[in-house]
Design a protein. Structure first.
Length: 326
């Protein structure tokens, strides 16, 4: 069978996408074939398209989607033909009508969660789950700083923090985006275009103490300010590079700044184990089903318009989540 698929043959701008008809075969051992209903858009897709995260080319892009299982290979026991399913997983290839892929990180999708919602939340929601529960101990009453709080991960994180009694201070690029973050659970939000030196503002909001943790998906532009926003023994989780990769820095500065801790986690390390992935996904589904987290989809595109979707994401014209509908 054939499936329309968006691929790149060389790195560069959004204009590098080509829509092709790709052959989709039968799943082998440990694999499934899934027919997509909706696809998620994430900044990691941009990193791959530009070459920041190198791929062997040509390659289809896309890391998350939701749909219906069409066939299962030998050894797959948690999914069967006809099941609703969703995933955030490697290898890239979600920008397609259908694909064959490893089954371990594909998760059964509860009936109460729509395909579009699932495609919008798997990568971002699982990222939020590991930031709050698998990276450093966070408990009720703690305070975190979250950059790009009106983005797809950010709006989930704002709600997640509120549901667990954690104070979340956000940053965003406009007053409108700040208002959106606060409406979703942030206690405060700093407009970094008006206040580019955000660390003193964070200190002021915390009575001079700083925050217990910073969740930073922006990268180069915010790294130093993130360190300066932490209280002693605080943790900086640098989980993305939206403004470019963090440049080399002197590890020794962490001592006089308060014996700080820095980690560069990735979702795909956390979900590499099948059982851990399924448990994390169930936690996410419970948060959504229980009403603690609602998934805001503010942009919808067709697969034909994948270049325009990337342009909007890179230009920071998006809020919440973006889905590609099929």
């Amino acid at each position: 069978m054939m499936a329309r698929t968006a691929v790149i043959e060389e790195v560069g701008g959004p204009d590098k996408f080509r829509l092709i008809e790709a052959e989709v075969g039968d799943p082998g051992p440990g694999e499934v074939r899934i027919r997509h209903k909706a696809i998620g858009l994430n900044f990691i897709d941009v990193y791959m398209r530009t070459g920041l995260y190198p791929l062997a080319l040509p390659h289809a892009l896309g890391m998350e989607a939701a749909g219906v299982i069409e066939a299962v290979g030998a050894g797959v026991t948690h999914l069967k033909e006809g099941d609703r399913a969703a995933y955030a997983a490697t290898p890239p290839g979600a920008y397609a009508e259908a694909r064959v892929m490893p089954a371990a990180q594909v998760c059964p999708l509860p009936e109460g969660v729509g395909f579009d919602v699932a495609a919008a939340m798997m990568l971002k929601g699982l990222t939020t789950q590991y930031l709050f529960h698998r990276t450093t101990p966070l408990t009720r009453g703690d305070t975190v700083l979250f950059h790009a709080a009106a983005g797809g991960v950010g709006l989930i994180a704002c709600q997640w923090a509120r549901s667990e009694g954690i104070r979340l201070i956000g940053t965003a690029g406009s007053d409108e985006k700040c208002a959106l973050a606060v409406a979703h659970g942030a206690s405060d939000c700093i407009n970094y275009r008006e206040t580019p030196d955000f660390a003193p503002a964070v200190r002021a909001l915390t009575g001079g103490a700083g925050v217990d943790a910073v969740m930073d998906g922006v990268g180069a532009d915010t790294f130093e300010g993130s360190l300066d926003s932490l209280k002693p023994l605080g943790m900086l989780m640098s989980f993305g590079n939206a403004s470019g990769p963090v440049p080399p820095f002197n590890l020794g500065v962490l001592g006089p700044k308060g014996s700080l801790k820095v980690t560069r986690p990735t979702l795909f390390t956390h979900i590499a184990d099948h059982d851990a992935c399924q448990e994390m996904a169930q936690h996410l589904f419970d948060k959504v089903a229980g009403g603690d987290v609602s998934i805001r989809i503010d942009q919808r595109f067709k697969l034909d318009d994948i270049a325009a979707a990337h342009q909007a994401l890179e230009a920071r014209r998006t809020t919440g989540s973006t889905v590609i509908e099929l």
